[in-house]
Design a protein around this ligand. Structure first.
Ligand SMILES: NC(=O)C1=CN([C@@H]2O[C@H](COP(=O)(O)OP(=O)(O)OC[C@H]3O[C@@H](n4cnc5c(N)ncnc54)[C@H](OP(=O)(O)O)[C@@H]3O)[C@@H](O)[C@H]2O)C=CC1
Ligand SMILES: CC(C)(CO)C(=O)C(=O)O
Length: 324
């Protein structure tokens, strides 16, 4: 089995490095300074277990890969980059190989089913950061991360068993689920605070904002008949496999959305997180003004090109007040 990782940032980088360390054949698809750095000096992964550097064969585009029947593809780009990545994979010759979406949100699997028949969801519980080109970190212990996997349409099959067999010995706890999208909807509730984390200074009180976004989303899910599994700290598998621990000298740098803003990535995933709630609300006639407002604020942030932490709690209070 060969494992192709599309998007070697925080998640793809840690997963790729861990799989290579465990002896797997991995090919990364990377771009920009990350691609140059990996080609020049390898990929360095920092974790609570220490620092390792691996050689990761990388290509700049799927068209450079001769797809084989025994390939599996791990999609690790942010939601806003999914459609382009999927089209590139199809044009490059990928057909019915298993595609695993290691992504937040619930829209990626549906997008992938438009192009491919063999689509699997992955709920990613891993506090990872793209530190600099060629360098990623996970603050997860005792495992680097916890992954819930299964066919996105329900059930689990031989491809899920094969991914589990690769992940578990690579210190990435992997649990098969017959209803993986339920855990992904539960994870989505946690990610509604990503944009709040990106907007506010690090010492601000985020909880009162994220609680309101979450409760609005729960009402939308109820109206839409969406079942979800709580993936928060009370989830029994969290305590067993994954704690966020300190690593000397490298503080956890915030949510994946904050990381995008801080890195000047030029786009954020909010339309596929809070925007998913706004979409579902509109489809089911349930208002979701707070989540819709967060998607709009994120879009504005990209236009204005402002950095992370540039909004005060009072600014955000005003946005919430205007939205309701
Ligand atoms: N980071 C975390 O702690 C967690 C993240 N997640 C989820 O995992 C997913 C991945 O997030 P994360 O790893 O943080 O994101 P990153 O931005 O760190 O990594 C994504 C990488 O994919 C690259 N990329 C995007 N499109 C292409 C393309 N067409 N060709 C080649 N490379 C491409 C990006 O390049 P560029 O930088 O140039 O855009 C970037 O290097 C997201 O859905 C996120 O929400 C889930 C749990 C935790
Ligand atoms: C839950 C959280 C915030 C963990 O880092 C995450 O999933 C993300 O950063 O996108």
């Amino acid at each position: 089995m060969r494992i192709i990782i599309h998007g070697t940032g925080a998640i793809g980088g840690v997963v790729g490095a861990a799989l290579i360390r465990a002896g797997h054949e991995v090919i990364g698809i990377a771009r920009g300074r990350m691609l140059d750095a990996i080609r020049d000096s390898g990929l360095t992964m920092i974790s609570p277990k220490g620092t390792v550097t691996v050689d990761m064969p990388c290509v700049a585009h799927p068209s450079e890969i001769d797809f084989r029947p025994d390939d599996m593809v791990l999609l690790c780009v942010k939601g806003q980059d999914t459609d382009a990545a999927l089209k590139d994979l199809r044009a490059a010759g990928m057909t019915d190989q298993p595609l695993f979406c290691l992504q937040n949100g619930v829209a990626n699997e549906r997008a992938a089913l438009r192009y491919f028949p063999n689509v699997h969801g992955v709920t990613v519980m891993m506090p990872a950061t793209y530190l600099s080109p060629g360098e990623v970190i996970t603050h997860g212990a005792p495992c680097y991360g916890l992954f819930i996997i299964g066919r996105c349409t329900g059930g689990a099959d031989a491809a899920d068993a094969a991914l589990k067999a690769a992940f578990d010995p690579a210190n990435m706890a992997c649990l098969q689920s017959d209803a993986v999208m339920q855990s992904k909807y539960g994870k989505l509730l946690m990610n509604l605070g990503n944009i709040v984390d990106a907007l506010l200074p690090l010492d601000a009180d985020r909880a009162r904002f994220t609680a309101r976004l979450k409760s609005e989303a729960e009402a939308v899910f109820a109206a839409a008949g969406v079942a979800w599994e709580d993936m928060g700290v009370d989830n029994p598998n969290r305590a067993k496999f994954l704690k966020v621990v300190d690593i000397d000298g490298v503080p956890r740098s915030g949510s994946s959305t904050r990381q995008s803003v801080a890195r000047g990535a030029g786009s954020v995933e909010t339309d596929y997180l809070n925007g998913e709630v706004a979409l579902l609300g509109r489809l089911h006639g349930v208002p979701a003004p707070l989540n819709a407002a967060m998607a709009a604020v994120a879009a504005r942030l990209m236009v204005d090109g402002k950095g992370a932490g540039g909004m005060t709690e009072a600014d955000l209070d005003a946005v919430f007040l205007a939205a309701t």
